[in-house]
Design a protein around this ligand. Structure first.
Ligand SMILES: Nc1nc2c(c(=O)[nH]1)N[C@H]1C(S)=C(S)[C@@H](COP(=O)(O)OP(=O)(O)OC[C@H]3O[C@@H](n4cnc5c(=O)[nH]c(N)nc54)[C@H](O)[C@@H]3O)O[C@H]1N2
Ligand SMILES: Nc1nc2c(c(=O)[nH]1)N[C@H]1C(S)=C(S)[C@@H](COP(=O)(O)OP(=O)(O)OC[C@H]3O[C@@H](n4cnc5c(=O)[nH]c(N)nc54)[C@H](O)[C@@H]3O)O[C@H]1N2
Ligand code: SF4
Ligand SMILES: [Mo]
Length: 737
């Protein structure tokens, strides 16, 4: 039964008020979480919430004793964790108790970027930010401010930006991450695959991974499903220039030449179409453009692809048949960080079309059609209509027709005066570390030098935070509430983030920071609540959710199983212009882009160079966890993988120290050498997230090397403007320092 806020507070304080553990002073129903008889704990309380060590948002149960977090486990009530977490999720205490945390608001005293600040009161810091942003708006218009964000807590600041009136809301997780995949699937099926991805890995008979290094890429539910699929006897085809963890479980490992996957995908489809191995009924019923596709594939033979990919034609034929043999439970994973070589939407389209030929969209073991738990909104007044200009994210005269979210590197570039249609003058940074996440770091620095005002809302004094004029220390995800969360998922659910312990030091939750800024800037009406508990109670009540139950369990799943496949009753609808799966994309043709995926040969490295590849390690979330001492105990360096033969030629052995010098002469080092057979001789590989320089990160500083500093070159995806990051080459020399 839903409860009103008033009753809720009454019930919870009566029931739980007396039983509170020490150290928790938040009031009202937030005290609800109690030892759960199912979990047991040697502490005082177990608080369910959801993780923020990455963006998968697994449910956690945080154990507290004497007011201190003692351990974090997976929440069995949450469909993304099912009682388990990835190693990073369990290491959340390393963030909460990080001695380097931002402790109080700071205002810059030295030159910008010198990381010199003085502590100030919240009053002074908020007044300063509100005053500066109001002046920027008066002088240049609202679009002169950009918000860069990553993470669920950004929702409050997005509301603030809508009130302010800027269209420049951006996140590197679009153009530097999964934007091209999203665009490709939208163009083909009329819908993306979402986040968390709605792939049914668990029930796949054949799973094909193009790069996607599951097991190192540790998205928890995917990895659990991956393990289950393997246990159930599913077979894997892994395409990766590196022998990844997933490759070690595979029936086929195809060590492809980097940047040539489109050729392989076209050749696979050539075989599948020529040999009539595709799902003919499905294609006839749901798709358009098959004849055009067939004609396009006619000359994309395995022999043709061999020259591009270096994969033997017989292997291409064999794997094509093998992949088709598993249909419709044959899933070609859509990928996640697909910002590789600038032809990424085309590669995404090839993957989408192959999935269509296999009939896997809307099928068990393929890509499901999930639904969200219905959540009502807390009403706010309509945002004022501002006559603003469009986002400043594309260079003058350039249009990327299918960009559906402002491009972060573009907005960065527009902050260097005179380069875009108008200049960006101020940045608000929320949970984003642009010096590590945007390519072409020299441009990021130039932008940082030219801006009139920078405010960073963060938890740590990172490289980018060091450039801010005002720093606002946010309480970590273990110390705050955020909005309710209900993504599309196989089992629709709603989850709550709630504080496990009180905010440490003088940190404050994001909702409070945004609300205080809004009040000062005249946008108070968009935060129509006294505190977050009132907001959450109202939202829950409007949504018919029992907040007590939610607070106690951490997540509530819809009671009835929801259909997720066409067979189970999901209406096969494809919201493309034709209303069908678009194998041939008229939308692309109309925009002057190739309507069927084309292969363009990538640039090759010189004889003494290597392709620079990078990826994830199970215990690290890019730059986000680099200073986490608990996780650092497991991995505190990112050695550079070099093939045995090339290492011998260079006279290198394991543990040697080297520098990497890229095609533009940027030198990064010293890096530790890892000599291995697990990589193609023309590639090197490092884990992203190391090589931080910030003075205040006493653990992460100068540990390992940064891939980002070596990414001085990108290839832009003409379809949606993403930055291909995997187009840089490096030479290797003995380290100079
Ligand atoms: N532990 C951990 N897990 C994470 C994250 C994290 O930080 N830590 N981050 C999360 C996020 S935000 C994302 S977007 C995902 C990213 O994870 P993925 O989407 O899996 O990342 P990719 O860049 O696609 O995959 C990297 C792999 O691609 C291979 N590769 C490089 N070039 C090529 C090529 O040309 N062709 C082929 N076929 N393979 C190539 C590399 O050798 C490497 O094994 O991971 C998520 N999961
Ligand atoms: N060279 C290179 N660049 C890449 C990638 C790569 O592999 N290599 N990967 C790309 C991908 S896939 C992605 S998704 C992007 C991600 O790049 P970003 O959007 O920059 O995201 P993060 O690295 O997660 O941001 C880390 C910041 O969030 C802060 N933070 C952590 N928790 C909180 C919190 O609770 N509140 C607040 N306010 N701040 C918090 C950290 O202290 C840190 O400053 O990077 C992309 N860029
Ligand atoms: S995958 Fe790991 S880090 Fe990401 S939300 Fe889940 S537990 Fe946290
Ligand atoms: Mo990402």
């Amino acid at each position: 039964m839903p409860v009103s806020r008033r009753n809720f507070i009454k019930i919870t304080s009566a029931t739980f008020g007396a039983a509170m553990g020490a150290g928790l002073t938040t009031r009202g129903w937030s005290r609800a979480p109690q030892p759960d008889p199912e979990t047991g704990t040697d502490g005082d309380r177990v608080v369910p919430s959801f993780c923020e060590l990455c963006f998968w948002k697994c449910g956690i149960q945080a154990h507290v004793k004497d007011g201190r977090l003692t351990k974090i486990e997976g929440n069995p009530h949450h469909p993304l964790s099912r009682g388990h977490l990835c190693p990073r999720g369990t290491g959340g205490a390393g963030l909460l108790y990080d001695p380097d945390r931002l402790r109080q608001p700071l205002i810059r005293t030295g030159t910008r970027g010198a990381e010199e600040f003085k502590p100030v009161s919240w009053e002074d810091a908020l007044d300063e930010v509100a005053d500066k942003l109001t002046r920027i708006r008066e002088q240049y218009g609202p679009e002169a401010l950009a918000l860069f964000s990553h993470g669920y807590g950004a929702s409050w600041f997005k509301t603030l930006m809508h009130a302010y009136g800027t269209p420049n809301l951006t996140h590197p997780s679009y153009a530097q991450c999964r934007g091209s995949r999203q665009t490709a699937f939208e163009l083909t099926f009329g819908a993306g695959v979402g986040s968390p991805e709605a792939t049914d890995i668990e029930h796949a008979r054949v799973l094909t991974l193009i790069g996607s290094h599951l097991g190192e890429n540790m998205h928890n539910t995917q990895v659990q499903d991956f393990a289950r699929a393997i246990e159930r006897g599913a077979d894997l085809v892994v395409v990766d220039p590196r022998f990844s963890v997933a490759a070690s479980k595979a029936r086929y490992w195809l060590p492809i030449r980097p940047g040539t996957d489109i050729a392989l995908l076209l050749a696979w489809m050539h075989v599948i179409v020529e040999e009539k191995l595709y799902d003919r009924d499905y294609i006839e019923q749901y798709a358009v453009g098959f004849d055009e596709l067939k004609a396009h594939l006619a000359d994309k033979t395995p022999q043709w692809a061999y020259a591009a990919t270096s994969i033997d034609p017989d292997t291409i034929v064999e794997t094509a048949r093998f992949i088709a043999g598993g249909r419709p439970a044959s899933l070609v994973h859509p990928g996640r960080r697909t910002s590789w070589t600038g032809d990424d939407t085309q590669r995404g389209r090839a993957i989408a079309i192959l999935n269509a030929l296999l009939g896997s969209w809307g099928r068990r073991g393929g890509i499901l059609r999930p639904a969200s738990y219905p959540l009502a909104k807390v009403p706010i007044p309509p945002f004022e209509h501002h006559e603003t200009r469009p986002p400043a994210d594309m260079p003058k005269g350039v249009i990327y027709p299918f960009a559906s979210s402002p491009l972060s590197h573009g907005i960065r570039d527009a902050s260097i005066p005179g380069t875009a249609d108008y200049d960006i003058k101020a940045w608000m940074l929320y949970g984003t570390n642009l010096l590590q996440s945007l390519p072409q770091q020299d441009r990021t620095i130039e932008a940082l030098q030219n801006l009139e005002f920078i405010v960073a809302i963060d938890v740590l004094p990172t490289d980018t935070v060091g450039w801010a004029d005002v720093v606002l220390p946010e309480a970590t995800y273990l110390e705050r509430y955020d909005d309710l969360h209900a993504p599309a998922w196989h089992d629709p659910y709603v989850a709550i983030r709630q504080p496990v312990v009180d905010p440490m030091y003088d940190s404050k939750p994001g909702w409070w920071i945004a609300k205080e800024l809004a009040k000062r800037m005249g946008y108070g009406q968009y935060f129509p609540f006294e505190d977050i508990e009132e907001y959450l109670a109202e939202r829950a009540e409007r949504s018919g959710i029992d907040l007590m139950e939610l607070s106690k369990k951490g997540a509530i799943t819809a009671s009835e199983p929801t259909p997720v496949t066409f067979e189970e009753g999901v209406e096969p609808s494809f919201p493309t212009p034709s209303g069908r799966i678009e194998l041939y994309s008229q939308q692309m043709a109309d925009a002057g882009l190739p309507p069927l995926p084309d292969y363009t040969p990538p640039e090759e490295p010189a004889a003494d160079q290597f392709h620079l590849l990078f990826g994830r390690a199970p215990t690290l979330s890019f730059a986000r966890t680099a200073n986490n001492r608990l996780l650092g105990e497991i991995l505190d360096d990112n050695p550079v993988w070099i093939h045995t033969r090339r290492a011998a030629e260079l006279g290198l052995k394991d543990g040697d120290k080297v520098d990497l010098i890229n095609q533009d002469g940027v030198r990064e080092g010293p890096a530790t050498v890892n000599v291995t057979e697990r990589i193609r001789p023309d590639c090197v590989y490092i884990v992203h997230g190391f090589g931080q320089k910030a003075k205040g990160l006493h653990f992460a500083r100068n540990r390992g090397i940064s891939d980002t500093r070596l990414i001085t070159k990108t290839r832009i995806d003409p379809v949606m403007g993403g930055t291909g990051l995997n187009v840089n080459f490096v030479r290797i020399e003995k380290a100079v320092s």
